[in-house]
Design a protein around this ligand. Structure first.
Ligand code: GLA
Length: 380
């Protein structure tokens, strides 16, 4: 009887179907959301995007903050590999820009001034003499309009913020749309789009602090091996403003063209390291801007976690948490120590609005600013 099966033959099929059904019913929803407090009466919501492998990102509509990022190690064990704050109040008042979208202009503008089309604009000087990360109330402190949906099979959060003309001193009403997705191949993909109704300057980035050992590992990131696809960097003055020079990294502690532990040369004798208190510098990404291309590869050997980053922007800021000093209590009761997280922020070079030799950061009506950054995770 070729088509009839005895009970014994059917059992394994029934058992595996049952196990599959149980596994599926336990798989996390691709999108879930929960309240995360409020800001000036506005509700703040935490969205969690989870892919089929269990990689997940918890993202707030406040500042587009990636508050948690769960990624597997070589044994399949998940850890949350980004630094974060405990609540809304801490994100607004104390956070060193953990996980947020920085804007309108990520990084510094010298003396909080720039001239565009012969008009001079004055911005807040919230970083010694300079303007930093969009000013006193940057995009990291705004509640964005959020829409979560599965797009092309990937859980995706689309965030929109309309910044009024003149906000924080910048010209033009600027509409920014940022999307985050957790992809089937374990990447956190971020796309940016923006339009303006008057000429303006713009530089959006993601300011995640990563620690591939886990945010609560108690370890610094100095043992992470970093490779940067960057042959040059932008040296800075004593206030972290680029001098305008594009300097080759060869022969300096800024040479990560071959993988090196982040800590290997961070205390080397070098005037640039003194000024930036360690690495806090912008690099020129090799290849054509406008094309998605490799920027960095970071390996944490003990856990086997690997982060590979791609971007179509011009530059990337390497910052290694030099200003963390053990006094800050973050999420889960964790206190972050000096250099417990590293940032790789794809962006235009700092102070571009005042630096004629750098690729422009001007956006004009009728143009659309677009960019994509991918942080891809794997193990080795
Ligand atoms: C950036 C800057 C650093 C520091 C951090 C936030 O990455 O380059 O100097 O201000 O943000 O603490």
């Amino acid at each position: 009887m070729p088509y009839a099966m005895g009970m014994n033959a059917r059992l394994p099929i029934l058992t595996s179907t049952l196990l599959l059904t149980m596994a599926l019913s336990h798989a996390a929803d691709p999108i879930s959301q929960k309240p995360f407090g409020e800001l000036n009466g506005q509700a703040v919501t935490a969205y969690t995007l989870t892919n089929a492998h269990g990689m997940s990102a918890e993202i707030l509509d406040l500042g587009g903050i990636v508050r948690r990022l769960h990624v597997a190690d070589k044994d399949g064990k998940m850890a949350d590999i980004v630094l974060g704050c405990k609540d809304v109040d801490s994100y607004i008042n104390d956070s060193p820009y953990f996980g947020c979208i920085t804007g309108r202009y990520a990084n510094r503008i010298a003396n909080g001034k720039f001239t565009l089309d012969e008009k001079t604009y004055t911005l807040a000087t919230n970083n010694d003499p300079n303007h930093l990360h969009g000013g006193n109330v940057g995009f990291n402190k705004k509640v964005w309009k959020a829409e979560a949906a599965v797009k092309d099979g990937d859980p995706t959060l689309t965030l929109t913020y309309v910044s009024p003309d003149g906000e924080e001193g910048y010209p033009g009403e600027l509409t920014s749309v940022v999307t985050y997705s957790v992809t089937k191949d374990n990447a956190l993909k971020i796309t940016y789009k923006a339009t303006t109704d008057k000429p303006t300057v713009l530089n959006l980035t993601h300011h995640g602090y990563f620690n591939l050992a886990g945010h609560d590992s108690g370890k610094t990131i100095l043992d992470h091996d970093l490779q940067l696809h960057c042959d040059a960097f932008t040296p800075t003055d004593a206030t972290a403003i680029p001098t305008g020079e594009i300097r080759k990294v060869a022969g300096t502690p800024f040479d990560f063209t071959k993988p090196h532990a982040i800590g290997a040369r961070v205390d080397a004798e070098n005037q640039q390291l003194t000024y930036g208190k360690g690495y806090d510098h912008n690099f020129v990404i090799n290849g054509e801007a406008g094309t998605l291309r490799p920027v960095a590869r970071v390996v944490h050997a003990p856990s086997g976690r690997v982060m590979e980053m791609q971007s179509d922007d011009h530059g990337v800021q390497l910052y290694i948490g030099n200003f963390l000093d053990g006094s800050f209590e973050g999420k889960d009761g964790v206190t972050y120590q000096h250099r417990q997280g590293f940032c790789l922020e794809c962006q235009r070079h700092p102070d571009t609005p005042n630096q004629a030799s750098f690729p422009s950061a001007v956006l004009r009506p009728g143009e659309t600013y677009t960019k994509t950054t991918v942080y891809q995770f794997s193990t080795q």
